[in-house]
Design a protein around this ligand. Structure first.
Ligand SMILES: Nc1ncnc2c1ncn2[C@@H]1O[C@H](COP(=O)(O)OP(=O)(O)OP(=O)(O)O)[C@@H](O)[C@H]1O
Length: 326
């Protein structure tokens, strides 16, 4: 049995169904991401766990205990939102102390826990600063410290890094994963950023239209996407017709293809774009099956130019047959 269980969970706003028949079991200490496009129901799901929204139907349990019956403030859940929502008039240490004071923790224990939380998020020396005297990344860490200092049973993260620039986001992702593993804290992250979901998660639940459409370890989902939606939302995908079943498609990851000289390979086409990404080159090739993408590891200068005719080849083992058209 999972530590956190969401069973047949639904949420309707009037006649609109935001989350439908949602089922998810999360193990203790596991890091799971809800990944999906805007409006697919990620935040609504998180808010039902946090207690800010009441489910229309279904159950939420932690270690078998019904969570829905417990008021939000008593659920012992740490939450970090996209906007860090720090108290501007309180210092870093006071911001982190707030949840402990609310819980009636003694001053002695408070100061020990605050020191440890500050240590974990690498903010030693910043205790007396006010939020406006901190960078975005530092504020985000205060928000994280504030969430973990209460030693929550569950940590909920709603797009916590989307306000950070790309470099800082990558650094914070590594730190967050380390902290989460060190503390062994059961974590649910909401994101529409596939890279973030892949970098952080033990498992990713890909959502579409209020439902989970595929769930598994990042590698499993990336390697074996079940649908066209998953294959194009998690990474890039070339979609080819399935000769065996005309209504279906085949997914071929761009990095599983090779550019070969014109006249060779399984498809012919003309290069319409050639872009350098540092670690690899991206070629866009116009073929009888539309525009296909080919990635090639950067082992030197580009191997083809715009306008050039090339062949594309691949191993059959890399083809993935998708279920249906969606
Ligand atoms: N209070 C509400 N009343 C009516 N509809 C709502 C309400 N809250 C959310 N919705 C709708 O429910 C759907 C799911 O919203 P939700 O915020 O869960 O999406 P999301 O996947 O988190 O999207 P984003 O990535 O943009 O935050 C959306 O279509 C949204 O418009």
């Amino acid at each position: 049995m999972g530590f956190l269980q969401l069973t047949s969970l639904s949420k309707r706003f009037g006649t609109f169904t935001a989350v439908e028949d949602f089922n998810l079991d999360i193990e203790k200490g596991e890091f799971v991401s809800l990944l999906g496009p805007s409006g697919c129901g990620k935040t609504t799901t998180l808010q039902m766990i946090a207690g800010f929204l009441e489910p229309t139907a279904g159950r939420i349990t932690v270690e078998g205990e019904d969570l829905v019956a417990i008021p939000s403030a008593k659920r012992n859940i740490g939450i970090v939102f996209q906007s860090y929502a720090l108290f501007p008039h309180l210092t870093v240490a006071q911001n982190i102390a707030f949840g402990l004071e609310m819980r009636g923790i003694t001053a002695m224990e408070r100061s020990q826990r605050i020191a440890r939380a500050i240590d974990i998020v690498h903010l030693k020396g910043f205790e007396a600063r006010f939020p406006k005297q901190l960078s975005g990344g530092q504020q985000q860490r205060v928000a994280l410290a504030r969430a973990i200092v209460i030693e929550p049973r569950i940590l909920l993260l709603d797009e916590p890094m989307s306000n950070l620039d790309a470099k800082l986001r990558e650094d914070m992702q590594l730190e967050l994963r380390q902290i989460q593993q060190e503390l062994g804290i059961t974590t649910l992250l909401v994101t529409h950023d596939q890279h973030e979901a892949m970098a952080l998660s033990d498992r990713i639940a890909v959502m579409q239209g209020g439902r989970i459409v595929q769930i598994g370890a990042p590698y499993e989902i990336y390697e074996n996407p079940s649908s066209r939606f998953v294959s194009t939302f998690l990474g890039k995908s070339n979609l080819l017709p399935d000769p065996a079943q005309m209504a279906r498609q085949i997914s071929l990851r761009p990095e599983k293809t090779r550019l070969v000289p014109a006249g060779q390979g399984k498809l012919q086409g003309r290069v319409t774009a050639c872009i350098f990404f540092g670690a690899h080159w991206l070629y866009q090739v116009d073929t009888d099956h539309g525009l296909l993408l080919a990635y090639e590891q950067n082992l030197g200068a580009a191997r083809a130019r715009n306008g050039e005719t090339v062949g594309i080849d691949w191993d059959e083992a890399h083809l993935r047959h998708l279920e249906g058209q969606e």
